[in-house]
Write a protein that binds this ligand. Structure first.
Ligand code: NAD
Ligand code: KPL
Length: 305
């Protein structure tokens, strides 16, 4: 019998994973915040996946964080700033051989989670898939992509990767997950804050290419300085390529700010500036960018952490 997949967070990515696992006939349980969210979910009866205009409904069982059922395999699909607290509440339910898959963008939250549950195996993920909710309990699969999975402390692949194949979740196991996470963090640092500050699409940054180039140079220094030379390779040209390829899109940080939502700043730009300071790596423009972004968030009454 397959091990139960517990999915914490029925947001965009959590719903995208849960519905595809359920569609493959795998046992899935959603973990919701509290009894009020559970009651709302039960009234809806399940999750809807919208894919290429088609709606598919899945009545996936759900429970709250406080349920008693032991957890052997947990997919953590909340935002980076919620991960540590969520795991702290679930820790008593984890079995001795528990595995935790962390879908959070950026860096910092993975280590915070691992410290809370030292006996569990923590697997990090970096995903280029795109999804958003257009209603409660309804997720739109907006961008096909890829998910890299890895465990920086153990290169052995977990036994359940074939379940991802069966679920049609494109993925690759990589021992170099830290390189992937740092590379994505650097891309996000070079693009996302500037789109917020210049109030533009990713393509709008073509009018600010000197600023982008300066940030890429500092990020390249940082990656080399903190032992991530592979993530530093040709960073500027990839940033330019992404800006062009996604020119009509608004970055995720832009969308968070535009919708009055908390950003993941501490796990992206904040993390980069913190690591640079720790390594004595000078990044004057990145630090200035962080100050500008924090002021911008403060002016809109949004959290700066
Ligand atoms: P989201 O806000 O849509 O969903 C997060 C969900 O977690 C929410 O429903 C929230 O209520 C829930 N949650 C938070 N704390 C909880 C708790 N303690 N117990 C139960 N539920 C809890 O976020 P998302 O867009 O799915 O993003 C999740 C992570 O994936 C982020 O780090 C994001 O950067 C990353 N990511 C998202 C996408 C995407 O397309 N949405 C793509 C790549 C990476
Ligand atoms: O990942 C992104 C985001 O918007 O968060 C891209 C499109 C790469 C821009 O940084």
């Amino acid at each position: 019998m397959s091990t139960q997949w517990h999915v914490l967070g029925a947001g965009s990515l959590g719903s995208l994973w849960a519905t595809r696992l359920a569609r493959a006939g795998l046992p899935v349980r959603l973990i919701l915040r509290d009894p009020a969210r559970l009651a709302a979910y039960e009234a809806a009866g399940g999750l809807t996946l919208v894919e290429q205009g088609h709606h598919h409904f899945f009545s996936i069982p759900a429970q709250t964080v406080d349920a008693q059922e032991p957890i052997e395999r947990l997919l953590v699909a909340c935002k980076a700033y919620d991960a540590e607290a969520a795991i702290a509440r679930l820790a008593p339910r984890l079995t001795a051989n528990a595995e935790i898959i962390l879908l959070q963008n950026g860096l910092g939250s993975q280590d915070a989670v691992a410290t809370k549950v030292p006996r569990a195996r923590c697997i990090s993920a970096s995903s280029t898939e795109g999804a958003f909710r257009d209603a409660d309990w309804r997720v739109v699969f907006a961008g096909h992509g890829y998910t890299w999975l890895g465990d920086a402390s153990d290169p052995t692949p977990p036994p359940w990767l074939d379940e991802l194949v069966a679920s049609g979740i494109p993925h690759q196991w990589t021992p170099d997950i830290l390189t992937r996470l740092w590379r994505k963090l650097a891309l996000n640092c070079a693009i996302n804050p500037l789109t917020v500050l210049h109030d533009c699409t990713n393509g709008g940054l073509q009018a600010h290419h000197c600023e982008v180039a300066t940030l890429c140079a500092e990020l390249t220094d940082l990656l080399n300085c903190c032992g991530q030379p592979a993530a530093a390779q040709d960073l500027h040209s990839e940033v330019e390529r992404v800006i062009q390829a996604t020119s009509a899109n608004y970055s995720s940080m832009y969308q968070d700010v535009a919708n009055g939502r908390r950003t993941e700043i501490s796990y992206l730009l904040g993390h980069a500036c913190e690591v640079a300071a720790r390594h004595g790596c000078s990044m004057p423009h990145m630090n200035q960018l962080q100050t500008r972004l924090i002021r911008h968030l403060q002016a809109r009454g949004l959290p700066t952490l």
